[in-house]
Design a protein around this ligand. Sequence first.
Ligand code: ZN
Length: 343
Amino acid sequence: MLETTIAGSLPKPSWLAEPRKLWAPWRLEGDELTEAKRDATLVALKLQEDAGIDIVTDGEQSRQHFVHGFLEGVEGVDFGRRVRMGIRDNRYEADVPTVTAPLRRRRAVHASEALIARGHTAKQLKFTLPGPMTIIDTLADGYYGDRVAMAMAFADLLNEEARELVALGIDVIQFDEPAFNVYLGEVVTWGIDALHRAADGLRCKTAVHICYGYGIPANIEWKMGLGAEWRQYERIFPALAASNIDQVSLECANSHVPIELLELLAGKDVLVGAIDVASATVETPEQVAKVIEQAMQFVPAERLYPCTNCGMAPLDRTLANQKLISLAAGAALVRGHAHAPTP
Ligand code: ZN
């Protein structure tokens, strides 16, 4: 009960990539880079295990960015044709590649990373992939001319990829869909259909992560303009509750999400964000426990997984590790309460 997990990414060591930065450039190349990614993955797994995290990830140590890591293995995506583009409804700008031809996986994109992670942990292993809607929001289209058609094409590639990852022993496939919190109407009209296509036939737990973004200035500013109550989830949770996806990962810690909205996810596992990734303060175990206990009013304990609000890639590495330790300690505190003998 109350198994802990993380949204996905962890900071990379400074010998691998520039620290405290999104899209951080690699510091090595060729075989040295391959070896360093592998080493960083081992460290990421060990730090999670030692912190007491139950369902671990590879910390996304082998990808520069959670979307572009997958796109690098896709034919039809031209990284030579980068475009400066507003993403997440123009919340911030990014240099994104362009789709110039029909999409096809050039190779098994993440298989070697998954094998390394699987070979070095006996814990349950989650692997994250970008969701179709978030992918098409993080690149330019010079070929399809139709957002939904392009998303569905990516969903098919994601499904091929995910099936291979499951065959390698991955326990949970998570699709990251921060765009679900931006294009609320489209989630219902086609976003979940695309997700179903990506998750079709997977013989493992499936999850979707929907957050308010990394703790970068553009996101923090955006959140400040969202008002006293953040009700985005209210628009999409009923459709997610009716979906085939097993688990929903969301942001709760330090957020203005009314906690009672979790009730709209009845029947789903809920990965409750109990660690704020936009704060440089380490939560105390008691603070983590408080978020979990609030969520437990609306989610049965056996369906509740204490988690981080979002990925921790751009954070200071020591800070992120302390947050992992607090996450596990906070969950243990609640478990202790739950198991305390009743007088
Ligand atoms: Zn996130």
